[in-house]
Design a protein around this ligand. Structure first.
Ligand code: BES
Ligand code: MN
Ligand code: MN
Length: 468
């Protein structure tokens, strides 16, 4: 297959760009915030809106799939070639909360185009990146003269990713028969930058817990009792202090067991990226880099597991002082995990470690919430080359490789459907995911459209179960 861009694809996309962007803005007006119960109807409206739009796009089957939480959208467009490979596209239609007072310049659910950017909550994470698949498949048909896609195309767009996908695994297990696929394409990650297009090859997993520590049955006088009974706030601080060693490695025994180490090739590929630590620190809004000895910043974010203190508290929080031994304290911890680590094993290791580190007289409970598994695409997977070629045609530039530090349910798709997961995203770090003034770069969005217009043909020709 030729690696040059296709003028029929570009012409079709250019002719439909305005309508495409108007439709996307309609969708962005629906505040589908899965975390906030008062938006439950909006999440449902978002699902219905998308199902309707996919029908209009030409998908012969579009369904809204109920879950005990928010609904997902499923669509199917079979190829007229029965031997074609099957591709399942994953994304999410729910968004993070957003309010004007968080620092937005304009209402988060009233999309605005400023210059070459479309601003709205969900513009990049993830409605924009789901939506490029609609025009993409139509451009693929228009340019090839086909009436059905070159692959059996399935879309599964969930409605509670931003709430930790609590019902996603059960949903895909229940519907496994409908979801069978040779490859999964996840469109919920990003690229290195506007000028360096990349394919992501992995996401980290995540486990989170709250540890509640209890001391005396109530706050007690620190003069009468302090120094002779254990203090739960001190116990909490000692746990936090012991979480990492002096090399910033996680000190929980067994934490690193089984992890897939970076290969020399991956380290080389990461090192090829034009990484500027000062600029990265500005994006991070941090005043220093810090992490595990022996690894670069990119390696730390993308390929190493972490233990993070997300919050801690306990004892007197008011004005002035209060001489007490507090009765309770708490920690909120999260652990990003990488390929080879199992959420349940990490949870057990931390649970066991905590139990051995508390003095007598300090009670504790640990509550684990949400577990997301890590996901890694093998660099030598043939379908990865299809993504690289399709992106290469759209961007007319070499495509490099990244991973992401964030998490999502991609690995559940990989496990349940027993299919490799590939990532296709066009978002860039400056898009401000979860932040005020989230945006998507319109030129990159259109490159996403173009990439998918090439991808289905490429996968059909050279994919894992290539057509005759
Ligand atoms: N699209 C992101 C995941 C992501 C984050 C990919 C950063 C690449 C870089 C997803 O919508 C997300 O925000 N995931 C959450 C999961 C959480 C809400 C359970 C995350 O990573 O914190
Ligand atoms: Mn997302
Ligand atoms: Mn997100």
């Amino acid at each position: 297959m030729s690696q040059t861009p296709d003028s029929a694809v570009r012409t079709y996309i250019a002719a439909n760009r305005i309508d495409f962007l108007e439709d996307l803005q309609d969708w962005l007006r629906i505040p589908s915030v899965s975390a906030q119960p008062e938006h439950a109807d909006d999440v449902r409206r978002s699902a219905d809106w998308l199902a309707g739009k996919l029908k209009e796009t030409g998908f012969p089957t579009t369904e809204v799939w109920e879950t005990p939480g928010a609904p997902a959208v499923y669509a199917e467009w079979p190829s007229d070639n029965p031997a074609a490979p099957t591709v399942l596209v994953y994304g999410h239609h729910d968004v993070q909360p957003a309010a004007l007072e968080d620092g937005w310049h304009t209402e988060p659910f009233e999309p605005v185009v400023r210059g070459n950017r479309l601003h709205a909550r969900g513009a990049a994470d993830d409605k924009g990146q789901v939506f490029f698949h609609t025009l993409g498949v139509r451009a693929h048909l228009a340019a090839t003269g086909r009436t059905t896609p070159a692959v059996h195309l399935k879309l599964l767009i969930e409605g509670e990713e931003e709430s930790g996908s609590p019902n996603f695994r059960a949903l895909i297990e229940d519907r496994k028969d409908r979801l069978t696929a040779d490859v999964v394409i996840v469109s919920d990650t990003g690229m290195w930058s506007e000028t360096t297009p990349t394919v992501c090859t992995g996401m980290r997993g995540l486990v989170e817990c709250q540890i509640d520590l209890s001391g005396p049955d109530q706050d007690i006088h620190s003069g009468s009792f302090g120094g002779a009974v254990p203090n739960p706030a001190t116990a909490a601080a000692r746990l936090v202090a012991a979480l990492h060693d002096e090399h910033a490695r996680v000190a929980v025994p067994g934490f690193y067991d089984g992890i897939t180490e970076l290969t020399a090739r991956e380290r080389e590929l990461f090192a090829e990226l034009p990484f500027d630590e000062a600029e990265w620190l500005r994006t991070a809004k941090s005043h220093g880099a810090y992490g595990e000895t022996g690894y670069s910043t990119l390696e730390r974010i993308w390929a190493r597991p972490t233990a993070e203190v997300n919050g801690m508290g306990g004892g007197y929080q008011g004005a002035g002082g209060k001489t007490i031994v507090p009765s309770s304290a708490f920690l909120k911890l999260s652990f990003r995990i990488v390929a080879g680590q199992d959420p349940a094993r990490v949870e057990q290791a931390v649970t066991d470690w905590v139990a051995t580190r508390l003095p007598e007289g300090i009670g504790h409970t640990i509550n684990w919430t949400g577990a997301t598994r890590p996901c890694l695409t093998p660099l030598d997977h043939p379908a990865l080359q299809s993504v690289v070629r399709a992106m290469g045609r759209a961007f007319e530039q070499p495509i490099r490789f990244t991973r992401e530090g964030g998490s999502g349910p991609a690995a559940d798709l990989q496990d349940v459907l027993e299919a490799p997961v590939l990532f296709l995203g066009i978002s860039v770090p400056s898009d401000g995911w979860h932040a005020p003034n989230e945006k998507v770069e319109l030129d990159l969005l259109m490159k996403g459209v173009e990439t998918t217009a090439y991808l289905w043909g490429d996968l059909a020709e050279s994919g894992p179960t290539a057509a005759p």
